[in-house]
Design a protein around this ligand. Structure first.
Ligand SMILES: C[S@@+](CC[C@H](N)C(=O)[O-])C[C@H]1O[C@@H](n2cnc3c(N)ncnc32)[C@H](O)[C@@H]1O
Length: 306
């Protein structure tokens, strides 16, 4: 993955053109992980709502779990992933495909009932900035379901205690094991959520059996069922490599949003226009709609008509 600096001036792990699905999921021996993550998400996600936003949605792997939502917004920085999602899920009005940087969300405050991030936080250099954006686009009491890579997992603890790993899984700061790939300590993550105004409601420890020893001997469906049975109790110790959390945002009721999109450059909104472009009345930026994908990565024009 290439490193990219976005409009928000933060380094981004850029998946553009990487065929993430083929390279990471299709016939790559990760059916167990996919099933285990689905069990956790299904249990934590509010089953119904008006608007669900998935950030870093990739090719829409998990989109079939959102059937209870009237509007599903899939956002990713990589347009190639969104094109795959569009081809798989179709172009109905129910799905919106948005290319944007999650550090500058192009949505009106209070728009979403639920936000989801799975396998995304581990790419972020600035988790608090992402949480602030998520809290802003959620309505009062709206739910955030997140997954993060857990640095204090059993394998890391054993390796550390046996002297086969230098870094301590007990130290709270994030550990960058490869450029733009971070493992997080559960206590660090809980604190960042609380600072952003979230109240944690539930957690799940996921993928306890992510090891060839299990995966080669036991069928993935059986293994996922075993994992599902352990996820809730396992959340008390959080020794699995992946942790899911459900939190809600504690903020006062605001006015109902008057539109869908705001300008990710100056944050004024709502944006007007369509079907081929949206225009910001405040700063003049013009954002393209590229064959069904709302493209907020860079404006196509600025200060037009001013
Ligand atoms: C490992 S993939 C996970 C995809 C999907 N959530 C899943 O579980 O199948 C991480 C995704 O996060 C996206 N991403 C990383 N940083 C981002 C950012 N700053 N803004 C938007 N998307 C981002 C990448 O483009 C990539 O599609």
């Amino acid at each position: 993955m290439a490193e990219q600096v976005s409009q928000s001036n933060r380094a981004i792990c850029d998946y553009e053109g990487t065929s993430y699905r083929a390279r990471f999921w299709a016939d790559q021996g990760r059916t167990y992980e996919d099933l285990a993550e689905r069990i956790a998400l299904r249990r934590l996600l509010p089953p119904r709502g008006r608007c669900l936003l998935e950030l870093g949605a990739g090719f829409g792997r998990l989109a079939d779990l959102y059937e209870g939502y009237d509007q599903v917004i899939l956002l990713d920085y990589a347009k190639s992933g969104l094109r795959e999602a569009q081809a798989r899920l179709g172009r109905s009005n129910r799905y919106l495909y948005v290319a944007a940087d999650l550090y500058r969300l192009p949505f009106m405050p209070g728009l979403c009932d639920c936000v989801v991030t799975v396998r995304v936080l581990h790419h972020l250099v600035d988790v608090p900035a992402a949480f602030a954006q998520i809290a802003d686009v959620l309505r009062a009491g709206g739910v955030y379901v997140l997954e993060y890579a857990n640095k204090r997992n059993l394998k890391a603890i054993l390796r550390y205690l046996m002297g086969r790993q230098r870094w301590s899984p007990f130290a709270q700061e994030p550990y960058e094991f490869v450029t733009l790939n971070f493992d997080f300590h559960p206590a660090w993550m809980s604190r960042r959520l609380q600072e952003a105004g979230f109240v944690i409601d539930a957690g799940r420890a996921v993928s306890h059996f992510r090891h060839p020893l299990f995966k080669q001997r036991i069928g993935h469906e059986t293994l996922a069922r075993l994992d599902g049975a352990l996820q809730r109790i396992g959340a008390a110790w959080k020794l699995a490599p992946s942790v899911f959390v459900r939190a809600h945002v504690d903020k006062p009721d605001g006015p109902a949003p008057t539109g869908l999109f705001r300008c990710p450059r100056c944050f004024a909104g709502p944006l007007t226009g369509q079907p081929i472009a949206l225009r910001c009345a405040a700063c003049g930026a013009v954002w393209r709609v590229d064959d069904g994908i709302f493209d907020f990565k860079a404006p196509v024009a600025e200060n037009v008509g001013e």
